[in-house]
Ligand binder design. Structure first.
Ligand code: ATP
Length: 294
């Protein structure tokens, strides 16, 4: 498990990270989401030791991260790292060797990954001859070639077509399922919602929410209910205890105001007026959780 505790980082007067804490758990895909400039890349760079923190700690399985431990991490940086003029398979193999693999293993891993990422036919081409989406697949192969113990990916899905997203997803899921903690940033909240077991929401260098996706859903969803009646639901507007979120004929989405079992009182009031078709707590989308959290 990777544990990030109270990370702080300034750039001049600007506080880019303000006591950032979260965990990346083994076997879990953790989505790191936040607006542009919220601190995702800065956090990832600090985890990878590319950038120094001004405070706080990053700990791997309870111990400080040494160079040898870090060498086993896999990182796909935002600025991407491969050489445009070098051949795809050759440079990925070379990177595998830099991470401590012998040549045969590095070569074997490279070819297996390129196959998995549907890039085998381009193995002998220079990186710059590939489309941007295919270059990105090659970057992922480079992050994975040494079978990393931890995987950190900065926007791995940006600019990929839906089929490439699925391919990439399969490869990352497989790593997570084998017990590797995977942290990736993304602006595609729908994708994060579908992929992630855990989510970290950051805004202005401050973590606003973190934890299991379902946990967050339950936390943010407990306040909202959908009521579908047989007749018009307009009378709900007159109840002082509820805030209407959406009202459309017999269907209303509302939030109880204050504490207590307002939801149950609203249901009783509805039943007194006629038949109730459904009454359900609303499960918020990640998009809604994100907006509320920040
Ligand atoms: P994006 O989604 O756009 O990639 P991000 O969440 O990754 O954004 P960071 O790149 O971590 O955000 O930037 C966080 C803040 O720190 C921003 O205000 C950014 O301008 C600032 N920052 C990052 N790197 C530097 C640097 N080298 N020098 C000065 N300021 C920096």
């Amino acid at each position: 498990m990777l544990t990030v505790t109270e990370l702080r980082r300034n750039f001049g007067e600007h506080r880019a990270l303000d006591n950032v804490s979260f965990e990346v758990r083994p076997g879990r895909m953790t989505g790191f989401i936040g607006a542009n400039g919220s601190g995702k890349t800065t956090t990832m760079r600090i985890i990878l030791g590319v950038l120094a923190a001004h405070g706080g700690s990053v700990v791997w399985h309870g111990a400080p991260i040494t160079q040898a431990v870090r060498q086993r991490f896999g990182y796909m940086p935002e600025e991407r790292g491969l050489y445009p003029k070098a051949k795809v398979a050759e440079q990925i193999t070379w990177l595998g060797r830099l991470h401590g693999l012998d040549h045969a293993t590095a070569r074997e891993n490279t070819l297996r990954l390129l196959e998995q990422l549907e890039l085998a036919e381009r193995a002998g081409d220079k990186l710059e001859e590939l489309s941007l989406g295919n270059q990105q697949r090659a970057q992922v192969a480079a992050a994975l070639v040494h079978d990393p113990t931890l995987l950190i990916l900065d926007e791995p899905f940006s600019g990929l077509d839906p089929i490439a997203v699925e391919t990439m997803l399969g490869v990352l899921r497989e790593r997570a399922d084998s017990g590797v903690p995977v942290l990736f940033s993304s602006h595609q909240l729908g994708l994060v919602e579908r992929l992630c077991d855990d989510v970290v929401i950051i805004s202005g260098g401050v973590v606003k929410a973190s934890g299991g996706r379902e946990e967050l859903r339950a936390k943010y969803g407990s306040r909202r209910f959908e009521l579908v009646l047989e007749n018009d639901a307009g009378w709900l507007r007159d109840l002082p205890e509820v805030r209407i979120v959406d009202l459309d004929g017999p269907r209303a989405v509302f939030e109880p105001i204050g504490n207590g079992r307002t939801d149950q009182r609203v249901l009783r009031a509805a039943l007194e007026r006629g038949a109730v078709r459904s009454f359900t707590p609303v499960v918020p989308s990640l998009n809604e959780i994100f907006k509320e959290a920040i």
